[in-house]
Design a protein around this ligand. Structure first.
Ligand SMILES: [Zn+2]
Ligand SMILES: [Zn+2]
Length: 286
């Protein structure tokens, strides 16, 4: 059976529910162990007929939660840095879609960590890419870093052709990305490609957040304020080549103008605008 018969229904205005101030809770190993609030991103009904998606789903379920020969009702929940899946009866999902009732919330609710797709496998083409913020730009969280540093986890958008290469060729298509920035050492540098991520859903935001906290806790050993030594060496070589003194902007200046600091500043402004709209009750009307 074709997996495309599983059609996710996005929750209208889901992204205007920003859950500002939502707290994530962390275990000793830097991983998220829980979150105060979730929002419902979308719902799905998995038909009883055999499909790759159904098999893949059932592989992750405990025996007592499997429903042989019956369809599954699924609600995909998300927080800024965490995804979860509620497993229920399709009738519950249908009532929720019709606005007739809320999703169950009691101790018998079956919740699994994560969404069925982490960007690969049979669910990859079923679950649409989503961002936390309506335009894919905003602040997800902030962490206290080394020596008073502030490490910011944020979503941003960029032309697809420039997402991995600052001087690439623009394509006119927008890519949703997630990354972090440290205001003490201005990490990650533009060439650190493994510190920015395609932003396809909560799984990617969670992964980026883990990198951000590793830096904030000094675990990657990289949080050192720029000394300007590198710029001095490069400037000396450039000066000799050109036969006149050449000055290069400091790392902090470049960052403020066009790199991490600039993107965080923009994400912060967008977040403030959305938060103001939400508190005026005008969210989602733009
Ligand atoms: Zn740092
Ligand atoms: Zn910076």
């Amino acid at each position: 059976m074709n997996d495309l018969t599983i059609t996710p229904v996005l929750v209208p205005q889901c992204q205007s529910n920003l859950l500002l101030g939502n707290e994530h809770h962390y275990g000793p190993n830097n991983r998220i162990v829980g979150v105060d609030l979730y929002r419902v991103a979308m719902t799905l009904i998995v038909p009883a007929e055999a499909s790759d998606a159904r098999t893949d789903l059932e592989d992750t379920l405990r025996d007592e939660h499997r429903r042989p020969g019956q369809p599954y009702g699924i609600a995909l929940l998300e927080a800024q840095q965490l995804g979860a899946m509620m497993l229920t009866d399709p009738s519950v999902i249908e009532a929720f879609r019709a606005g007739a009732s809320a999703l169950p919330n009691g101790p018998d609710t079956i919740i699994y960590g994560g969404w069925p797709s982490c960007g690969y496998g049979p669910w990859e083409n079923i679950i649409p890419r989503t961002t936390w913020y309506p335009e894919g730009t905003g602040i997800l969280d902030e962490f206290e870093g080394v020596d008073g540093a502030r490490v910011t986890l944020y979503e941003y958008t960029v032309d697809e052709g420039l997402a991995w290469k600052r001087h690439g060729t623009p394509t006119g298509k927008t890519a949703a990305m997630v990354s972090w920035h440290c205001d003490r050492c201005h990490s990650p540098h533009e060439f650190e490609l493994d510190e920015r991520f395609d932003n396809r859903g909560p799984h990617d935001r969670q992964w980026a957040g883990q990198h951000a906290r590793a830096h904030a806790r000094g675990m990657d050993g990289k949080c050192k304020p720029p000394t300007g030594e590198l710029e001095k060496v490069v400037a000396a070589v450039a000066s000799e080549l050109r036969g006149r003194p050449v000055e290069l902007p400091s790392k902090a200046a470049t960052c403020a103008a066009e790199e991490g600091c600039a993107r965080v500043r923009h994400a912060r402004a967008v977040t403030a605008r959305l938060a103001a709209q939400a508190s005026n009750g005008t969210s989602g009307t733009t």
